[in-house]
Design a protein around this ligand. Sequence first.
Ligand SMILES: [Fe+2]
Length: 197
Amino acid sequence: MLNKSMREQLLRNFLHYEMEKCDKGTWEHSLRVGKLCELLALEMGFEKPEVSYISLAGLLHDVGKVFMPEMVNYPGKLADKERYMISYHPQLGSRFITINWSDLPAQVFEGINLHHERLNGTGYPYHLHGDELSYAARIVAVADVFDAMSTMRPYRAPLSMYETFKELNNPGYDPDVVLALLKRLRNMDDKQLALNF
Ligand SMILES: [Fe+2]
């Protein structure tokens, strides 16, 4: 019988293989989001084991995309049908993790399932509001958007910090998490910001 840390390692290895096979960019984004979630949770005063669970939620947030590689790697702009299908990746990912790693805590499932929800109800797939969103979901949402906007994408250059924080200043994001991000960035050196793949 595998112990918990062995099972978590197995999960990470599986994900590395499957996600990198699906799309290297998504895997690298997931690694950065997982690390940033850990830093944000620490900055906000969370302690172990919460910090590890929030970090794991960040690492796994896009795991549902491994089931739709043709959509992730779709050449050009997604049509309405494909966009609709890909909008199910949070539910698909959270369901997959629930079935296979049911003993993980709720923070992990919520962080995956709700990372595209926004505090003002403009997110998806459930259009939840405010208190309906757990702290894990709020942290993963900010880390995801920050990384997605501030890094190079195949179709555009990285957006500026001004544009990124203009988006994060939107009422859909938790201001405490955004403040933690600003504090963390101020204290980070280049070494901490760089991830080696
Ligand atoms: Fe996502």
